[in-house]
Design a protein around this ligand. Sequence first.
Ligand code: BGC
Length: 746
Amino acid sequence: MENRVDVWLEKLTLKEKARLCAGADLWSTIAVERLGIPSLFMADGPNGIRKEQNDVLLGGAAPATCFPTASALGSSWNTGLLHEIGRALGKECNRLGVDLLLGPGINMKRSPLCGRNFEYYSEDPFLSGELGAAFVTGVQSQKVGATLKHYACNNTEFERMTINSEVDERTLREIYLAAFERIVKKANPWAIMSAYNKVNGTYVSENNYLLNDILRNEWGFQGIVMSDWLAVNDRVNSVEAGLNLEMPGPADSSCEQIIEAVHAGRLDVSTLDNVVRNLLSVIESVSEPRKMDDEWNFDDHHLLAQQAAEECIVLLKNDRQILPLDPKQIASIAVVGKFALSPLYQGEGSAKVNPTRLDVPLEELRNIVGSGSDLQFAQGYLEEDEPNEELLIAAVSLAKEAEVALLFVGIPQGEACDRTHIDLPANQINLIKAVAAVQSNCVVIINAGSAVGMDAWIEAVPVVVDAWMPGQAGGGAVAKILFGLTNPSGKLSETFPVKLSDNPSYLNFPGENGKTLYGEGLFIGYRYYDKKEIEPLFPFGHGLSYTSFEYTNLTCDRKQLKDSDPLTVTIDITNTGDCPGMEIVQLYIHDQACRWVRPEKELKSFAKVALDTGVTKTVSFVLNPRDFCYYDSALKMWTTDTGYFTIMVGSSSRDIRLSVDMYMEITCKPMVPMNENHPIKDWLNTKTGRDAIQYIGEHHVKDQKLKNDILNHNMNAFYLQMPIYKFIKLLSSGDKEANFLMDKFF
Ligand code: BGC
């Protein structure tokens, strides 16, 4: 029996097909009423629904829950939580009439300067992939689609609509595509948004390699690829490359170009049909009645947003265990900083949500403290980074008189604009220094979407809390953490460098002359700091707790592994402190045997475990063969080499508690196709090469020592590095003989 999509496809005229390939307006696809094909409505996310109420790009959105932004959620390391948030967003989409959510954003945090970092989870593809997959399954459990964005290598806002990201194949696969691949395979997202930029010379929206070869043919993606807003440059090429939907619409000239190309025989109608078929399949999913669930209200989602924010907040430093504060023990508290009163809880641009309500940190602190302590507020600085002596003096004198100062600082950021440095505004730095000079119990609370430079002031303050951009309920979450009603459990999903110039992309970011060169290759984030032995300010995976955890009994179910075997790793974690808490247990691998350069550590699994005081839990991780692989760009496959791996389990990337070695045996690795330019050292690994080398040694070499060296495969580097053709040419009697021997053996 023919399905509905086939029937639609058969009945659509060429013009209708071409028109379907672009939006009807800013937010919806075209409906074909005569065939009952409905329109699909989409809205931005990812940390809340931005459903514009009028047909405008950025205007007045309908109220929706503003959850913590992605960089905050990245620090939760909690896939269950991401799933819950996805579900909640799916429900809000249904209530608001949204079919497709334009999120999650899963680009890698290559530089802390990228303006959209607050929309991205991490510098690590595994962590981003796991969190993104949980989010997508949550959204889609409500029969609403999720859209992975921005595919791919959209890691700077600088010239974002035209820049060419130059990235080598291995880096592309292991770092920049890996999270997309994981989510496509694990969660089956309905849609992917193609990024504005070019990758290796071709716009992503027209990039056959990225869209057809990799996304559809290798990974088996079934959904639709839609362009980022205005990311299409050549509509016919983009149809050829498999881009289903140009956004926004209407795009009449694109439609005409498609029709013309078909008529002129430049575009095969079957290619157009394939593109339309994917689109119709997704549209068909929304033609079913919407999954309405009235069992929730915005208060429930506000509560979820608060629980989420609590899990995202990272306690970076807590000297003298100043936190948690006990209101009963503290008579006076100075709350300093504008962001305590006007919270910096989300970023600017397409991700900006109109919150259903907003928790103000100052009020939330007051609620907890009650009448027990005297809590006073001083603004301290102007948001615009203008010096203001009066505000500074008032804040310092308030802080001096109090027993504790809580300093709220932060960096606003948003779409389309990268930052030029990673420091707090100068007026905020001055404030921190001035307050710390008069108040030894100084707690700095940061709101930002990315790593923040602290070199100028970190030594002067005992406590630093990173509250990220925690969403509409962040104020309450911060207050609960500061007063110990919640034990902090977030850990950094990106490295905080001592200074910007330590960051691996520093010399190439944001790019010039229309290009951004990914010169650091695989070595982004902790992969770089580890390899270069650079001490970060705070490492990837770092975050403190009010309790402590002990790691014991690391075991692997095998000591020897064949390339197709899974490996189960278990470890016991005990809460050895005096309050309940959650620990994020991280598993990294190190490949000791790789022929190619590999990072010192690669995150391959993690778990967040809740433990009461004194309780031990066994955590187990399963590693699959692919987890051990690197991408061999010569063989064009995921592979690894025979030898030892180290399995490391720890509390951060720089706090490995236990490790164990295991042996991996590779049984089925094809040879790299070799040619006359491959060196002797490689040809010695092949029978053909050994035969040819032996022949030369026996028949053409007179010098006895060299003959012996050749026959015993004991040549020095001069010969070992030499391409085989040149070796044969040197030792045989000239070109003619060399060509004869090459033909004979190869
Ligand atoms: C952004 C996308 C967003 C779209 C629609 C673009 O500028 O890059 O992330 O989904 O606008 O608002």
